[in-house]
Design a protein around this ligand. Structure first.
Ligand SMILES: Cc1cc2nc3c(=O)[nH]c(=O)nc-3n(C[C@H](O)[C@H](O)[C@H](O)COP(=O)(O)O)c2cc1C
Ligand code: SF4
Ligand code: SF4
Length: 263
């Protein structure tokens, strides 16, 4: 049994290479009972600023896992910094003993810093990394990656930058533009249901969010801008993952309109 969170498909791709039974965290969070029992249980999640996305944290806080082997695969695009030890500690603080963590270098989908065309042209040897991880998981290996000095420094630098400028990492700089044609894709791919359609146009409900970039990356009309964007016309979704996959993973359903009562 493996749980995943994904905005652009990397984590879903990894999850599918490891196990047949894959479950979306945003869908699981809709359930009342979050108790799971299996021989092995895994989480595949992206690294955000050396840590875990808010929605993944919420799942770890709420879920109860009954297993003799718990593992995590953390995807990233540039620096995994302290993500291994940070995630192990976060799980430990919520009563979960983590046996194994491996980070997997893939396309970096962080649009403020990376050009998606350049990222997609790079060969990061993803399948080799996944196969190595799968072998270790099959052997039930025990290991948590320790950060390098460079990783610790990168984490400190990013943490300071986001403490001073939270808007760079909390979704405040996302803007729906006049190019929006009202297709509602962004509403369907948002893992926290933070987008609604108003008079045929997309509108964000709260100005802060996970900043997963699923809406920005998957908008077919390039109609969502970021204040800082390396290449506005380059967007990414993993080549083996469809838009339907992302929608199925993340959709939160339309918010029901309150019934009007006429007297
Ligand atoms: C808000 C945000 C923060 C990120 N922080 C990091 C990071 O600290 N280090 C890194 O190497 N990649 C970082 N990334 C890149 C993602 O971790 C990476 O592209 C991941 O594989 C995306 O997974 P997904 O396609 O399943 O959403 C970040 C991406 C986002 C959107
Ligand atoms: S996906 Fe793009 S075009 Fe479609 S509703 Fe959202 S912002 Fe508008
Ligand atoms: S509004 Fe966009 S960036 Fe924010 S959580 Fe939803 S899909 Fe992700």
């Amino acid at each position: 049994m493996i749980f995943y969170y994904t905005a652009t498909g990397n984590c879903l791709y990894v999850a599918r290479q490891i196990e047949d039974n894959v479950y979306s965290i945003p869908q699981e969070l809709k359930k009342e009972n979050l108790e799971y029992k299996d021989d092995k249980i895994g989480i595949v999640a992206p690294i955000y600023a050396g840590e875990l996305p808010q929605t993944v944290r919420r799942f770890i806080e709420k879920a109860k896992f009954d297993t003799s082997y718990f593992y995590m695969l953390l995807t990233y695009g540039n620096k995994d910094s302290v993500a291994g030890v940070w995630s192990e500690k976060f799980c430990r603080n919520h009563g979960i003993k983590v046996d194994f963590i491996q980070t997997v270098l893939m396309v970096d989908n962080y649009l403020p810093s990376f050009d998606m065309d350049e990222q997609m042209a790079m060969n990061k040897h993803v399948d080799e990394q996944i196969q190595k991880a799968k072998k270790k998981i099959d052997e039930r290996q025990q290991s948590i990656p320790q950060p390098t000095q460079e990783g610790i420094e990168a984490y400190q630098m990013v943490s300071q930058r986001f403490a001073l400028h939270p808007e760079l990492n909390n979704g405040e700089t996302i803007q729906m533009t006049l190019r929006c044609v009202g297709c509602s894709i962004c509403e369907q791919v948002c893992p926290i249901g933070n987008i609604k359609m108003v008079n045929g146009k997309a509108q964000r409900i709260s100005k802060t969010c996970d900043f997963c970039l699923a809406c920005v990356q998957n908008c077919p009309f390039l109609a969502i801008d970021l204040k800082i964007d390396k290449n506005h016309s380059a967007r990414y979704r993993h080549p083996k993952i469809t838009l339907k996959d992302i929608v199925q993973s993340n959709h939160q359903g339309r918010k029901k309109k309150k019934k009007k009562h006429f007297i």
